[in-house]
Design a protein around this ligand. Structure first.
Ligand code: TRP
Length: 431
C-alpha cells in the first residue's frame, strides 16, 4: 500500500531562504520517494484568517505556487492544488464542526495565545478574535481527512493540529459507525535545518531578517554581505559555532565543502571573502530556480491551469466520491430512498468510558480518559514510566469529588462534573 503524505502551505508573504531550506527543498525531495502518494496544496482559505487584502492574497498565492514549481515539484507526479478549488473541503469542514468538541478548540494554542494576550492587555477574552481563527483546526482537519492522509509533515508548532484532526476523525467514525477516515500521523523531520537570518536569529518574517528566495543576484549579494559577523579581522581564526554565515553555508554546501569552509575559518579567512563564498554557493543553487520562477511568474495562466487541473482530478478521484458517501452517512439523503438497517453505531452494545495508555513521539508515557462517544475528558501529562501513569489512573478511578481530580499531572478537557459522571459510569459497569 502506498503511504499518503499531505501538507498544506500557507499562502502568505513572499518565500525566503528559510522557507526554501526548511520546507520547500525537503518536501520536493521527499515527493520523489517511491511508495508515496504526495499531496501539496496552497492553504488559501486558511490565509484569509490573517490576510484580508485581496490583492496580496492573490499575489502571494501566485508567488508560492511558482516557487514550488520552480523548486522542482512535478504536478504530474504529485497532487498539487489549491484548497479553495475543492469545495468538498469546506463541506467536510462543516460535518467535522458538528462532531468537534468546542472544549478542544478552546485549548488550541493559537486561540489560547490570542486570549492570553487579550487578558494581559485587560481586554475582553475574545476581543478581535474571529470565529475563523477559532475554527482553524477544523478546516485543517478537513484538509487532511478528506484525502485520508497517513502522514503529515509539519513543524512542531502544528503537532496539536494533527492531534485534533485525529480526534475529529475518530469522533466522526465513531458517531457514524464506520472507519470513514484514516487517522493521520504527524511527521517531524529533525534533520531539516532552521536557517539563521541576517541578524543570527531564526530567519523569519516577523524578525524582518530574511533573505527573499528570488531576489535579483545583485540584491542577494548585498543581503549576504549585510549578515552580522563579529569584529575579527582577516588572519584571525574564526568560530564556526554560532556563526550565522557558517550555518547558511552549510545549508547549501556538501559535507566536503562545509569541511573546507570550516578549515578556512580556522585559518582566518576574512569576513569579506567568506561572504563572497557564501554568496556564490547560494547563488549557484538558486540561479536555475530563479530563472524558472521568473518564467513561471510571467505566465500566471499556466500556473492557474496546473492548479485547476490538479484540483479537478482530485475531486473526481477522491473528494466527490467521499462526500457523496459522507452525505449519505450523516443522513443528507434522497428522501425517496428506503431507510437502511440501523447502523453499527446504533446497534453496538453501549460503549463505556475508558482509560487509554500510550507512548508518544517524545518517548514519554501518557494516558487519556474518553467517554463512551470517544470524546476526550482527561489528558495526562507525560510520565517517565508506564507505572507512574498507572498509579494516577488507579487514583482517578476512585475519584468521587472534584478535589480528588486536583493534580497537576492531568488536564481536564470538559467540566469536572462530566468527568466525575463518566468515572462513576465506569465504576458502575465494572462493579
Ligand atoms: N497550518 C499549517 C501551517 O501553518 C498549514 C496547513 C493548513 C496544513 N492545512 C494543512 C499543514 C494541512 C498540513 C496539513 O503551517
Amino acid at each position: 500500500m502506498t503511504t499518503r503524505v499531505l501538507t498544506g502551505i500557507t499562502t502568505s508573504g513572499t518565500p525566503h531562504l528559510g522557507n526554501y531550506v526548511g520546507a520547500v527543498r525537503p518536501a520536493v525531495a521527499a515527493s520523489r520517494n517511491p511508495g508515496v502518494e504526495s499531496f501539496y496544496f496552497l492553504a488559501d482559505l486558511h490565509s484569509l484568517i490573517k490576510a484580508q487584502d485581496p490583492a496580496r492574497t492573490q499575489r502571494s498565492t501566485l508567488e508560492i505556487a511558482a516557487t514550488w514549481l520552480a523548486a522542482g515539484l512535478e504536478p504530474d507526479k504529485v497532487w498539487f492544488y489549491r484548497q479553495s478549488d475543492i469545495p468538498e473541503i469546506t463541506e467536510l469542514t462543516w460535518f467535522l464542526t458538528c462532531v468537534a468538541s468546542k472544549g478542544i478548540l478552546n485549548r488550541a494554542h493559537a486561540y489560547k495565545a490570542a486570549v492570553d494576550k487579550n487578558r494581559a492587555d485587560g481586554e475582553d477574552d475574545d476581543a478581535a478574535v474571529t470565529a475563523g481563527l477559532f475554527m482553524y483546526p477544523v478546516l485543517m482537519a478537513a484538509d487532511i481527512l478528506i484525502f485520508n492522509a497517513n502522514q503529515v509533515p509539519v513543524g512542531r508548532d502544528q503537532i496539536q493540529h494533527i492531534e485534533m484532526a485525529r480526534d475529529f476523525g475518530q469522533r466522526f467514525n465513531h458517531v457514524y459507525g464506520k472507519e470513514y477516515f484514516a487517522l493521520p500521523e504527524v511527521l517531524i523531520d529533525d534533520n531539516v535545518a532552521t536557517l539563521p537570518g541576517l541578524d543570527g536569529r531564526k530567519m523569519s518574517k516577523s524578525y524582518n531578517n530574511t533573505i527573499p528566495l528570488f531576489v535579483p543576484r545583485e540584491e542577494l549579494k548585498k543581503l549576504v554581505f549585510s549578515i552580522l559577523t563579529d569584529s575579527r579581522g582577516p588572519g584571525e581564526a574564526k568560530d564556526t559555532e554560532g556563526s550565522a554565515l557558517f550555518q547558511l553555508y552549510q545549508a547549501f554546501a556538501s559535507a566536503e565543502e562545509t569541511a573546507a569552509f570550516a578549515q578556512a575559518f580556522a585559518d582566518g579567512i576574512g569576513w569579506g571573502d567568506a561572504k563572497q563564498k557564501l554568496f556564490e554557493r547560494i547563488d549557484a543553487e538558486i540561479t536555475p530556480l530563479r530563472e524558472r520562477y521568473l518564467a513561471l511568474m510571467a505566465r500566471p495562466e499556466e500556473i492557474e491551469a496546473i492548479l485547476r487541473d490538479g484540483a479537478q482530478r482530485l475531486r473526481m478521484k477522491y473528494a466527490i466520491p467521499l462526500l457523496t458517501e459522507l452525505r449519505h452517512a450523516v443522513g443528507l439523503r434522497n428522501l425517496a430512498e428506503q431507510p437502511a438497517a440501523p447502523t453499527k453505531a446504533a446497534t453496538a452494545k453501549a460503549a463505556l468510558p475508558q482509560f487509554k495508555q500510550y507512548r508518544d513521539k517524545d518517548a514519554r508515557f501518557y494516558f487519556k480518559f474518553t467517554d463512551a462517544d470517544g470524546q476526550l475528558l482527561i489528558q495526562s501529562n507525560g510520565f517517565d514510566a508506564p507505572k507512574d501513569a498507572g498509579q494516577i489512573i488507579a487514583v482517578l478511578k476512585q475519584a468521587e469529588r472534584a478535589d480528588q481530580l486536583e493534580t497537576t499531572e492531568i488536564v481536564l478537557q470538559v467540566p469536572v462534573a462530566e468527568v466525575l459522571a463518566a468515572l462513576k459510569q465506569l465504576r458502575d459497569a465494572e462493579a
